[in-house]
Design a protein around this ligand. Sequence first.
Ligand code: GLA
Length: 376
Amino acid sequence: MANLGAFFHRARDREPGPQVMAAAHGRVNLIGEHTDYHQGFVLPMPIPQRTIVTVRRRTDYLVRASSTAVVPMVAEYELGDEARGEGWLDYVQGVTHMLARTGRSVSGFDLTIESAVPPGAGVSSSAALTVALLRALRIMCRLEIGDLEVAQLAQKVETDFIGAPIGIMDQMSCSLGHPGEALFIDTRSLHYERLPWPNLISPIVISSGITHAHAGGEYAIRRRESFAAAALLGVRWLRDAKGEALQRTQLPDPLDRRAKHVITENQRVLDAVDALRNRDPERLGELFNDSHRSMRDDYETSTPEVDALVSIAQADDDIYGARLTGGGFGGSVVMLAHAGRARAAAERIAAEYSKTVGVPGTVLVPEACVPSFGRV
Ligand code: GLA
């Protein structure tokens, strides 16, 4: 009987499979920046923009992918021959490589990617792609992978295949977040809690138009500096360092400021969770402003353009607070607006930014129009 089952299974695999569609949302991090690789706290939330992938099983070992995400193009490779190049196909190769590395068998497939999540804008376009693809392959190949493991595999794609030394926030948000709810994550235990977003605050996300990449450069330098600071404070992760230890120990500059940012940012996340629960927009806004100051002066992940966008937002009467979101060195700014005033405020702030800085700012949230891809 078992043999017969295997026979039918193989016969079925010789036919191209039905189309499978899956999607994942991008994310905005509300607060908790550069804390996830120190086992700290983060508070991301999905944004409306999604990446949608369609896969269809092939009868060979080829992966044939086309993307409308960046430049329309088609690319292919054979399973088992994954090799890092440069560009979006690396994320696809990384996914099949990680599945094979964890003993999952995947057949070849045709893949189409459509994405409304802008790359390089600090809203997790790469995590949205890898999570959406893992979800689609999970269905196509009947793989037993839970949502948390999807996030962990997607993170490994970035750290082990792409070579970007990131934390797990983006992948957990893309895999486990629900639109309209903030996701409070303890990145040490990987416990998470979904917090309903209060009606009286409207989030705004504006892209500064300055794009970034985390596969090396400044992000990796900050990470190294922060671990050097942790070592001097006698802890492995800055999650375990206290403000008093920082005052007692004379760390050289800039390591003292790197540690200070992570230690204070962890506390700000906890305070922001309280403010969310207490529906206190003023307090949340203050925490956003403090977080930005810390990223600008202590962790030094901002840029003059992003600082200008944050200042314009903070000076606006309809805004409670504003800060750089994500890895930094460009990307987007997240703001908290009075309910019902977000759209007008976002347009006003983006226009002022474009005029004074000379780089076009793009309003990502609230969304101008939601492309309809149907329900997936
Ligand atoms: C990027 C990384 C995350 C996190 C943030 C900074 O988005 O992918 O893991 O480290 O930067 O908070």
